[in-house]
Design a protein around this ligand. Sequence first.
Ligand SMILES: [Zn+2]
Length: 296
Amino acid sequence: MSASVIVSLSHLTSMKLQRVNTYIIPHLFVLFIILLASTSTRAQVEELEDEREFDYIGASEKGPRHWGEMKKEWSSCKNGHLQSPIDLSCARVKIIPRCRQPDIYYTATNATIINRGHDIAVYWKDDAGSVYLNGTEYFLKQCHWHSPSEHSMNGRRYDLEMHMVHVSPDNKIFVVGALYKFGHRPDRFLSQLEKDIKHLVDNEVERAIGETNPSGLQTRGNAYYRYVGSLTTPPCTEGVIWNIDRKIRTVSEEQVRLLREAVHDHAERNARPMQRRYNRDILYFRSKSRAKPEYY
Ligand SMILES: [Zn+2]
């Protein structure tokens, strides 16, 4: 093989390589960006299992006023215009009469109770059921409690708020919320968990609690508020669909005290301050039938 042939071959090869490079490298780059975006989306969808990085103390450097400055990924807490919680005022809602309730199917499956530092949460690792709304299925991941309530109704905050967090396969979030006031009748679901919550006080961070049926938490009211907001803890991810039961439930003072005493921070509250509503719509749904949602 002559030198000129070798040169032209190597030239050809390098041309081919260049062509391959100009083809592959941008694609690899795009793939990298997609992977990066999907990783960060996944990270932002999940609430933190260890909440020690922030707190609820007004004067603290880690308090709600500073959440948005503490990490780049938490900037929505400060700059977002779809933040939660907000006041659900009757005077400002759009009433949607005779609507159909979302399809809700829950089933008992193994769960774990976790002390996240500022709250107690129950996680279902397997499929515990879902909510089907407007063509999207949102799977139940976990529930947890805030005291006092985060959302208010007509300016009034209640004594406790429960959140059931559902996530769709493409990482959209749907949260069912319920507010409670102190009453003689304790909450049934919390009553079932009392022994396990007591175990978390200074003993464990996490405890398997066996088969647990989420339908014990489900709203049975026939009216609820819906609006688009955010997670109420960092990273304050926006686009969360909130569905909050209009009916106020009851919980005993002892149950709320137990939830507060079990967490590591022993703080009096784990409720984020009220956020600006901007010009968001709050829809008020009244279901057309009093039929209970289906469970299995
Ligand atoms: Zn919450």
